[in-house]
Design a protein around this ligand. Structure first.
Ligand code: DX5
Ligand code: ZN
Length: 230
């Protein structure tokens, strides 16, 4: 993975057909996505359950781009090694998942993977400042984590602006997760985001039998973001 600030579209397979991940991943990659976003939920840190490292390992051979694993689990430290072994390229943990985010990020870096920190809508941008040297990506949640298809929280845009200033010329991605559509993508791109996660925004209306719709959705989000990127 080389670093740049070009717009990257990362469909969340939380909105894909869970019985058909292999073909779904092939479809979104053939249709031009940049990363594949994998939402891991534990029914404890967030009120929903998805899958663990075994599923990540099973889908890894189907991913030709970047496997972006978003861990919504607490505790997180005992599972980092397993997700690294499952083949994640980026491992993102939540700042709110425990008292020792610095240790968590050190543990992710120790696996040789890219490290990400995610912050919930109620967490200020300043909270990531003390650990910026340990991260390759900051994920700003623009919904409360747990479910796809929620409404974008507009108050998070100022947070993206603050983060962009704080990051300055460091090689750190700003990822946005939740409620991304062609309407909201330009708002966060203009504020400084480069990785846009989209679940319902990419998968709605399409299927592996109708992959063109995925392509149209990806292209619409990308075009709107690129036109607004600062
Ligand atoms: C929410 C997840 C998101 C979610 C986004 O907890 O982290 O990645 O799938 O879904 P949309 O794009 O539908 O808001
Ligand atoms: Zn996510």
């Amino acid at each position: 993975m080389t670093f740049d600030r070009s717009i990257k579209i990362a469909p969340s397979i939380l909105s894909a057909d869970f019985a058909n991940f292999g073909q779904e991943i092939r479809a979104i990659e053939d249709q031009g996505c940049d990363w594949v976003h994998v939402d891991v939920m534990d029914g404890h840190f967030v009120p929903n359950l998805t899958f663990g490292p075994a599923m990540c390992k099973a889908i890894r051979p189907h991913i030709r781009t970047v496997m972006d694993v978003h861990l919504m689990i607490a505790p997180v430290d005992p599972y980092i090694e397993a997700f690294a072994e499952a083949g994640a390229d980026v491992i993102t943990a939540h700042l709110e998942a425990g008292p020792h985010i610095h240790r968590t990020l050190q543990a992710i870096r120790a696996t040789g993977k890219k490290s990400g920190i995610a912050i919930n809508p109620g967490t200020p941008a300043e909270a990531v400042a003390p650990v910026l040297d340990l991260v390759d990506l900051v994920c700003v949640m623009t919904v409360n984590p747990g479910f796809g298809g929620q409404k974008f929280i507009h108050s998070q845009i100022d947070k993206v602006l603050s983060l962009r200033k704080m990051i300055d010329d460091r090689p750190i991605h700003i990822e946005i997760d939740g409620g991304i559509t062609p309407e909201t993508a330009p708002l966060v791109a203009a504020a400084g985001a480069d990785v846009l996660v989209a679940g319902s925004g990419v998968f709605s209306g399409g299927s592996v039998a109708k992959p063109d719709v995925y392509g149209q959705n990806i292209a619409a989000i990308r075009a709107a973001a690129e036109a607004a990127q600062s």
